[in-house]
Design a protein. Structure first.
Length: 202
């Protein structure tokens, strides 16, 4: 990122990937459809890495959302602002599948994008979740399999009446302030057709 806050290089590519995913989900279209129709980008042309990230995230959506769901029990994926969940998807995708990118770099880049496009709470929120995923990777564990097992256990516990929800919520409050994050990102289209959020323009 430059001193004026603009993104360059792979940081710009990540920003473009976020914009592609945001527009695809907002319009209920695939990333490929958005690309075909011509995406609204803050700054172009579209970087190949940005395209690869957006398509990769879309193709790995089930695994990525499984991890996010397991790490954020008190704030379900479907209730997260569009920006937050797509930032997490991009970062976790890089952490799992883009081997040339260091885990720490993926997290730092996500936090910087969160500052630019999210709410005041977004940087801390994404950092807390990504830190948990990083711990698993550094321990040689498989975040996808661990998350599937955890969600299965939660489902079974919930069916049996065990109150895991309150325990999970209490554990997460310190990491990401998930329970206090009631402010959804306002989404609308500007007069020029650009997609805009309360945290920044997409």
């Amino acid at each position: 990122m430059l001193k004026d806050g603009s993104f360059v290089g792979r940081s710009l590519a990540r920003s473009q990937a976020l914009q592609l995913l945001f527009q695809a989900e907002l319009r209920d279209r695939s990333v490929e459809d958005v690309l075909t129709q011509g995406p609204c980008l803050e700054k172009g042309p579209l970087d190949d890495f940005g395209r690869e990230l957006a398509l990769g995230v879309e193709n790995s959506l089930r695994e990525l959302d499984t991890i996010i769901s397991a790490r954020s029990a008190a704030w379900p994926v479907e209730r997260m602002p569009l920006v937050d969940r797509n930032l997490l998807r991009i970062a976790i995708y890089e952490m799992l599948y883009v081997k040339e990118v260091d885990i720490a770099v993926a997290i730092d880049e996500c936090v910087e994008l969160a500052k630019a496009y999210g709410t005041d709470e977004t940087p801390r929120f994404v950092n807390g979740i990504l830190g948990r995923v990083a711990d698993q990777l550094e321990a040689g564990e498989d975040p996808v399999e661990l998350s599937r097992a955890e969600l299965t256990l939660r489902k079974a516990s919930s069916a049996s009446g065990f109150g895991w929800e309150s325990e999970a919520a209490g554990n997460e409050a310190g990491d990401a302030d998930a329970l206090d994050r009631q402010t959804a990102v306002e989404v609308f289209e500007g007069a020029d057709g650009d997609v805009v959020t309360s945290g920044g323009e997409l």
